[in-house]
Design a protein around this ligand. Structure first.
Ligand code: ZN
Length: 202
């Protein structure tokens, strides 16, 4: 694939995500309980300030078809000087990235495919997309868009979780981050895909 083709493909993938999010935002099934609130965070427990957040309807990712990607993803984490831990969750959090502690923590409650997606999400944060550099909403939109692109490339459909998650932030106006930070989304997606043995081809 030429560089131009790749860029074209990326733009299409991002648009797909954005379209799906917009569709959800305008669908009848999508109702925010309390208009002023931000969605419940399924990630980043260490980055939240403990406020109570409404739930986003979502479909958990099941199965173990992509379990073999956990090892290369952990290897990528190690190459970034991060340790990956699994823990028994005491909350809804599926995982978090702890920049100071140089670790990524993911929930033992997740199905193997869910762990793959959560690890990709946290690795995306570790590529410099933290709440220090971006607003919380922008960071989550950037990270989960990159994660859904990577999962799509790996053949793992995460839309049941990713789209509502992004939509939760998109509703607050942060959906624009997909376009505004398109290059960042692509760079992160490519880096994680390469670690999984995809991409890097030209
Ligand atoms: Zn996150």
């Amino acid at each position: 694939m030429s560089t131009q083709d790749k860029e074209q493909r990326r733009a299409e993938q991002r648009e797909q995500v954005e379209r799906a999010v917009r569709e959800l935002l305008t669908s009848d099934g999508w109702r925010r309980r309390d208009p002023g609130d931000v969605p419940r965070l399924q990630f980043d427990i260490s980055q939240t300030d403990g406020e109570s957040l409404p739930e986003v309807p979502r479909e958990p990712i099941t199965g173990d078809s992509h379990e073999h990607y956990l090892e290369p993803l952990k290897a990528l984490a190690r190459s970034m000087d991060l340790t990956v831990y699994e823990y028994e969750p005491t909350s809804e959090a599926q995982g978090f990235y702890d920049e100071k502690g140089k670790r990524i923590v993911i929930s033992t409650d997740l199905a193997p495919n869910g762990k793959v997606r959560t690890l990709i999400h946290e690795l995306a944060h570790a590529h410099g997309v933290t709440y220090k550099e971006y607003t919380r909403g922008e960071a989550e939109v950037i990270v989960e868009t990159a994660a859904s692109i990577v999962c799509g490339s790996l053949g793992l459909d995460t839309s049941g979780e990713s789209i509502p998650y992004i939509a939760g932030w998109g509703e607050n106006g942060d959906l624009a981050a997909i376009k505004k930070h398109a290059e960042t989304v692509d760079t992160i997606a490519r880096s994680i895909e390469t670690a999984c043995g995809f991409g890097g081809r030209s």
